[in-house]
Design a protein around this ligand. Structure first.
Ligand SMILES: [Zn+2]
Length: 205
């Protein structure tokens, strides 16, 4: 009987109201951060599907929770159009994650292959010198590729500069949520409407 397994994939969707204090003018506004968390679980030969489902659900919920607290959207301050540093960092965290993943996978795979080749040379053929060289070259090449991928990601993230045209409004990525500002009733937030609240005599500043 050949090995097969059933993979269970679970996605969890959630959102939270984020309160943001502007770095530049100190104005407090809010926005809705929505994220998806994904998780998967394996059931070897289809056995333990319930457990796989539970494990997948837990992973999806953990990822959702982590993303809702670590990530951010580039919602500019409704008063001065500035995007705060914390938002830029949070937004960058979610970008180009594939490069990070690829660096990790290549790094691990490269190290494993290198270790196997070196072990075969050393213990199989008693070529200690060749084994040492294979180890150094293998780990060197693998490490360099992984570092290059991480540097590429760092470079791409550094291009995300929402305030570069300030005081002009930033160019926002599609799907950026709208800002909410404190409304006339103390604790209730209302959508920030243009013109800016500061230009609106009724606005609370
Ligand atoms: Zn501001």
């Amino acid at each position: 009987m050949y090995y097969h397994s059933v993979t269970v994939n679970i996605a969890r969707v959630g959102s939270r109201h984020v309160e943001q204090v502007c770095d530049r003018c100190g104005f407090t506004f809010g926005y809705i951060l929505a994220r998806i968390g994904r998780g998967s679980g394996e059931a070897p030969y289809g056995v333990g599907k319930d457990r796989a489902e539970q494990s997948a659900t837990r992973k999806a919920e953990d990822e959702l929770e982590r993303r809702l607290h670590e990530e951010a959207e580039l919602v500019p301050c409704p008063k001065c159009d500035w995007v705060s540093e914390q938002q830029v960092q949070g937004y960058r965290r979610a970008r180009h994650g594939g490069l990070k993943q690829l660096a990790k996978i290549l790094g691990i795979a490269g190290a494993v292959v290198t270790a196997i080749v070196a072990a075969v040379l050393a213990f199989g053929q008693r070529q200690w010198y060749a084994a040492a060289i294979a180890l150094v070259i293998g780990l060197g090449v693998t490490g360099s590729i992984a570092v290059a991928l991480l540097l590429l990601r760092k470079f791409l993230l550094s291009l995300i500069q929402p305030n570069k045209d300030h005081p002009f409004p930033p160019q926002l990525p599609p799907g950026t949520p709208e800002a909410w500002v404190p409304g006339p009733d103390a604790d209730v937030y209302v959508p920030a409407s243009r013109p800016h609240p500061t230009n609106n005599p009724k606005a609370i500043t």
